[in-house]
Design a protein around this ligand. Structure first.
Ligand code: DC
Length: 230
């Protein structure tokens, strides 16, 4: 059976990665979280002291790009891949509020995007991948056989993020998270390079009122139908 490419794009914190991971597992495909790659670059920039408040030293970052190597390794305990930055596992450190509040700035830089897109195209070249991000169906794999665009209201997404962070014991504030969600949407949708937008041939999924199980079933059905047509 042909192994297709599945692009899952959409707004932040709307459960894209959970559904993409579950789908990849169900199909026996490789899951690639492209947001984790931009987060890993952001973590590198924070640790290399390239930020002054919300400003990043782009000249220095450009020179450092050759020293930033991002890989994924399957974690048999969770059944999902973990993100590695220069061979160090950073899966938890890339999910903090500090990284979340700076990642949109890093993801708007053209040389960062071209480096990440090239790596993503290489990782997914043989098909059999579920890739989630913002520009997968528009820029990374414009010919993907199945494209899903996921969205949910900002309030629902902030609520989910709040539960996720408090569940991990991180101190946080709902209003601050909501502001972060809205601000990230604004930056992601208005940036000059590869802004977040729905591909013309994407299927829209608004999951504001769906349970994880319901959206999982819906997605698996879409994928199996599409694979059956190939
Ligand atoms: O999906 P996420 O929240 O982990 O993504 C982190 C940030 O990276 C988010 O601000 C959008 C950006 N991003 C992007 O610009 N392009 C992608 N393909 C994936 C993520």
């Amino acid at each position: 059976m042909k192994k297709i490419t599945i692009a899952i794009d959409g707004h932040s914190s709307c459960g894209k990665s959970t559904m993409a991971k579950d789908l990849a597992r169900e199909l026996g495909y490789v899951y690639i979280d492209t947001g984790a790659m931009y987060r890993a670059v952001t973590l590198y920039a924070i640790e290399a002291d390239l930020f002054q408040e919300q400003d990043v030293d782009t000249e220095k970052l450009k020179a450092e790009m050759q020293n930033i190597h991002i890989t994924f390794q399957f974690n048999p305990e969770t059944g999902r891949p973990d993100t590695y930055l220069n061979n160090v596992r950073v899966e938890d450190r890339i999910r903090t509020m500090e990284v979340s509040s700076k990642v949109s700035l890093i993801a708007a830089i053209d040389f960062v995007r071209s480096a990440m897109v090239a790596q993503q195209q290489e990782m997914g070249q043989g098909g059999g991948v579920v890739m989630d991000g913002r520009d997968i169906g528009t820029t990374v794999f414009p010919n993907a056989e199945l494209k899903i665009f996921v969205t949910a209201s900002a309030e629902v997404r902030a609520e989910r993020r709040y539960k996720e962070l408090t569940g991990k014991g991180e101190e946080c504030n709902y209003e601050e998270i909501l502001e972060n969600v809205i601000e990230r949407d604004r930056i992601d949708s208005t940036r000059a390079v590869s802004p977040l937008r729905q591909a013309d041939d994407a299927i829209v999924l608004d999951n504001s009122n769906l349970t994880i199980e319901e959206q999982k079933d819906w997605l698996i059905r879409q994928a199996k139908d599409r694979i059956g047509e190939e």
